[in-house]
Design a protein around this ligand. Structure first.
Ligand code: S3P
Length: 162
């Protein structure tokens, strides 16, 4: 069994994933960290020096390398952009979409070092990217949790109840 967390930046995939893995005794994987290790540089540097398509290729490779059992996986917010990635992520998994409204996500990610994805202001980018990806997250998910107003522990309990 594998638990895969999908959702936008600031939805809590990594923090929740670490706690969930501890609670279940599963191994934790973060595809962003796998990409950074494979590329030997952090995400802003990958975007700046190699470009977004190199990041996406490395992300695709990380997703294909994930174990299918006994794992909790935190994905990057754009992992669902590829239908093939969604197929790989869903295989043998419970896929949980962690969401929150635009204002909550913008507040949580204010000042983040993640590279921008659009030329918009931070709040506009959060809203535009979430709107564009919502059908992809919904289509890829077995469950959706609105994390707004919930603690990480609350989110973990809700996933365990799924
Ligand atoms: C991205 C989200 C980031 C990271 C990269 C691209 C995106 O991950 O994969 O900066 O396209 O939304 P987090 O969602 O973990 O911040």
């Amino acid at each position: 069994m594998r638990l895969v967390l999908i959702g936008p930046r600031g939805s809590g995939k990594t923090t929740t994933g670490v706690l969930l893995a501890e609670a279940l005794g599963y191994r934790f994987f973060d595809t962003d960290v796998m990409v950074e290790k494979a590329e030997g540089m952090d995400i802003p540097a990958i975007f700046a020096e190699r470009g977004v398509s190199a990041f996406r290729s490395a992300e695709n490779a990380a997703i294909r390398a994930l174990p299918v059992d006994g794992a909790v996986v935190a994905t990057g917010g754009g992992a669902v952009l590829s239908g093939k990635n969604v197929q790989f992520l869903r295989a043998g998994s419970l896929t949980v979409f962690l969401d929150a409204d635009d204002a909550v996500l913008a507040a949580r990610t204010e000042g983040s070092t993640r590279p921008p994805l659009t030329g918009f202001s931070h709040a506009e980018e959060v809203a535009a990217v979430r709107k564009a990806r919502l059908p992809l997250y919904r289509g890829a998910a077995d469950f959706c949790i609105d994390t707004g107003g919930l603690s990480h522990a609350d989110v973990v309990s809700r996933i365990q109840a799924c």
